[in-house]
Write a protein that binds this ligand. Structure first.
Ligand code: PLP
Length: 426
């Protein structure tokens, strides 16, 4: 694709964009200092879909009007409310319907799934994470190791980028497994690295895990709604994701989990149980014995918080209508335009650590020119009502989200970046 550095080019792209109308379906943050917002932080918290407001209001009304009867007698009965997420979770992750479930929050799901799939022995007890793992994943893995009576410092192995590089190479993971594979119980790895934006070769990671007899768990916080996923075919032992980043379901919204068919047979009762994991048909007989639900629902524990699930259902409707293929197609152009513009204007001063051949929406920018204070630049951008995000020590992450960001947003971002740089040097 050929790009041009002018607003007319961006406007022409927006006119030709089949997803352009979706922008209207979202609420944007307020103007500041007379400037419209340039929101590029959908990798951290996606914007509010107008439909989410409607769905939450409907459930508040159902609660008011029906009280306990809302469980069975409202438009979308609460008893099966979570099932409204199934079809689109399955579509977005490349899974079967029986393999996905909406429940809890991300780190909680990682723990519950590790309770089932991290079952260390004296010989095989280590967990591989990546060296720049999101802190919550690291804490979760280390605490699991400790809970099983092992030493976390020794039990945690790190897959690291090479010296002077930020990219993760699957060859290096393969080498690590060739050397230590027999002592490794679990690979707990991201689909998309949150800091660099690198898309990991998830199929290859799963294959490596299988070859060496290790379980594989994928954290798809930055993957879902962003890049193509084929969980059923890749066949990790579990996966989990949050829904407030690219999925736009709101702060702390209910998360998702994947357990492949082969891991959820009713004879296998290695889960921590609660009544929502009991077969729904007989749940309310309140029996003393546990009858497992089929598929990933077996991992459910509690009746879900409907008010935190409503925006997930709403947001997934928007994804279902737009379709991930179209979203991904636009995303490649949009992030490509951003990368091209930044390089064309500031190639000497600003670079990116995000690999062009393995990325989703996000670009992680780094200031190369040591005369420019990176944090100062970030603060200037915020003053100009741009919302990127800052990651220590020197990364500015920007992620145009194809459902609501336009090519003009990208162009305007680069205009404000130009202004911020010129103000900094005065
Ligand atoms: C965003 C994110 C989390 C956040 O965890 P919560 O349990 O939702 O607070 C965890 N891990 C990764 C990799 C993330 O990107």
């Amino acid at each position: 694709m050929r790009y041009e550095d002018n607003r007319g080019f961006a406007a022409a792209q927006d006119r030709a964009d089949p997803l352009a109308e979706y922008r209207e379906q979202f609420n944007f943050p307020l103007e500041r200092n007379g400037r419209a917002p340039i929101y590029l932080c959908g990798n951290s918290l996606g914007l509010q879909p107008k439909l989410a407001v409607q769905y939450v209001e409907e459930e508040l009304r159902n609660w008011k009007n029906y009280a306990v009867d809302g469980h069975f007698h409202s438009d979308r009965p609460w008893i099966s409310y979570h099932r409204q997420c199934v079809a689109e979770f399955a579509a977005l992750t490349g899974a079967k319907h029986s393999e996905v479930v909406a429940m809890n929050t991300l780190t909680v799901n990682l723990h519950l799934l590790m309770a089932s799939f991290y079952r260390p022995t004296q010989e095989r007890y280590k967990i591989v994470i990546e060296s720049q793992a999101f802190p919550s994943d690291r804490y979760a893995a280390a605490s699991q190791i400790r809970m099983h009576g092992f030493d976390a410092d020794e039990g945690l192995l790190e897959w690291s980028p090479r010296d002077g590089d930020t990219r993760l190479y699957t060859e290096d993971l393969a080498a690590m497994l060739a050397e230590h594979g027999n002592s490794i119980a679990l690979l707990l790895l991201p689909g998309v690295q949150y800091y660099t934006g690198q898309v990991i070769d998830m199929g290859k990671v799963c294959e490596l895990g299988r070859t060496h007899g290790c379980k594989v768990g994928l954290d798809l916080a930055h993957g879902i709604g962003n890049v193509d996923l084929e969980l059923h075919d890749w066949a990790p032992d579990f996966a989990a994701w949050c829904t407030y980043k690219y999925l736009n379901a709101g702060p702390g919204a209910i998360a998702g989990a994947f357990v492949p068919e082969r891991n959820s047979s009713p004879e296998n009762l290695d889960q921590l149980h609660g009544w929502w994991g009991h077969d729904e048909a007989t749940r309310f007989k309140m029996a003393k014995s546990f009858t497992p639900a089929a598929g990933a629902e077996l991992w459910q524990m509690s009746n879900p918080p409907i008010l935190s699930l409503a925006p997930v259902v709403a947001s997934l409707k928007v994804f279902e209508e737009a379709g991930l293929a179209a979203i991904r197609k636009k995303s490649k152009k949009l992030t490509g335009f951003l990368d091209w513009l930044v390089t064309a204007r500031f190639g000497d001063q600003i670079g990116t650590i995000t690999p062009a051949d393995a990325r989703g929406c996000q670009l992680s920018l780094v200031v190369k020119d040591k005369n420019i204070n990176a944090k100062g630049l970030f603060d200037k951008l915020c003053e100009l009502n741009v919302t990127p995000d800052w990651r220590e020590p020197d990364v500015i992450r920007v992620a145009p989200a194809p459902l609501y960001n336009s090519f003009d947003d990208v162009f305007e971002f680069v205009e404000r970046l130009t202004l911020a740089l010129s103000e900094l040097s005065h």
